[in-house]
Design a protein around this ligand. Structure first.
Ligand code: ATP
Length: 284
């Protein structure tokens, strides 16, 4: 499902003296079935942006087009269920939203809310718990008896259980250990390869380089760059202005440039960097 922002401005508490601008005239297309990363400094407007996609927030002006649905300031809060089913949202620290007395009930909540029968929802819970790398035996436990990483996976399973076409992830790996992070990121890439559109908010530029097809950079509520990560991370203006940090491989490549290595474009993943170094050492 393609998602388009057309001149979207969002002002928090628009009519109050303390109004603040969350988004400022953003026009952006998020392509169907791709993995798009949204990056930007703290407070730049990333969460505000993605919350427009399932109409948790509405534009103060402009419009957001999600598939066939158009969201404007006039959009009625009724009839948003089909949109919320199409667009699943994993919030920051989603485990804080678990509330049922068993893991199974927690995962079943979403699908049943969207009209699935108990049997369908239970089946989804059994499929999803395995998909997120947990044992089915956990379904009968209280979510509050699980580790933080397990709770995070249960919360993600709960969103995936409704089979959304688009999955929005707001820093889904924050606070996870490196192995947990890798597993969760690979799960999202796998979901994309199976046909879902993935939108990831992250501060981790290595994840952007390793997983994203496209990235969008938000700064002070404005979209300041969009494109494939290799292009954006090689945008000299952004780097000079210090609005973007580089993936580790690109930073290291910059250091190597001082030692005589030459890169037409900074490599952004460890594989690209390794290949370039080997070629140059071999004089290719
Ligand atoms: N509910 C709110 N009421 C008023 N202002 C808000 C509200 N939520 C966010 N803002 C403001 O809007 C701006 C953008 O916030 P937003 O949460 O979208 O940023 P972010 O890029 O997601 O930040 P972070 O990386 O810290 O999560 C900030 O200036 C923030 O203070």
């Amino acid at each position: 499902m393609e998602i388009t922002f057309e001149h979207v401005t969002h002002s928090y508490e628009a009519n109050s003296p303390t109004a603040s601008l969350g988004l400022d005239d953003v026009s952006l297309t998020i392509k169907d079935k791709l993995f798009t990363a949204i990056v930007g400094q703290t407070g730049s407007g990333k969460s505000t942006l993605v919350r427009h996609i399932n109409a948790l927030l509405k534009p103060t002006s402009g419009k957001v087009i999600v598939g066939k649905r158009v969201i404007t300031s006039e959009t009625n809060n009724k009839n948003l269920k089909p949109l919320r089913k199409q667009v699943g949202m994993v919030f920051q620290f989603p485990e804080s939203q678990l509330f049922e007395d068993t893991v199974e009930k927690d995962i079943m909540f979403g699908p049943m809310n969207f009209g699935a029968t108990e049997e369908e929802a239970r089946k989804a819970a059994h499929t999803m718990i395995k998909l997120v790398g947990l044992d089915e035996s956990l379904l009968s436990k209280s979510p509050f008896d699980l580790s933080g990483g397990q709770m995070r996976r249960v919360a993600i399973a709960g969103v995936l259980a409704s089979d959304p076409e688009t999955v929005i992830l707001d820093e889904p790996t924050a606070g996870l250990d490196p192995v947990g992070r890798l597993e969760i990121m690979n799960l999202f890439k796998d979901l994309q390869e199976k046909g879902k559109t993935i939108i990831l908010i992250t501060h981790n530029m290595d994840d952007v380089a390793d997983y994203a097809d496209e990235m969008a950079v938000i700064h002070s509520g404005k979209l300041i760059a969009q494109g494939p990560p290799k292009e954006v991370f090689n945008n000299q203006e952004l780097l000079q202005d210090d609005v973007l940090t580089l993936p580790h491989s690109a930073s290291f490549a910059k250091e190597l440039q001082q030692k005589g290595f030459h890169f037409d474009k900074l490599p952004i993943t460890i594989n690209e960097l390794g290949t370039e170094i080997k070629q140059q050492l071999n004089g290719d």
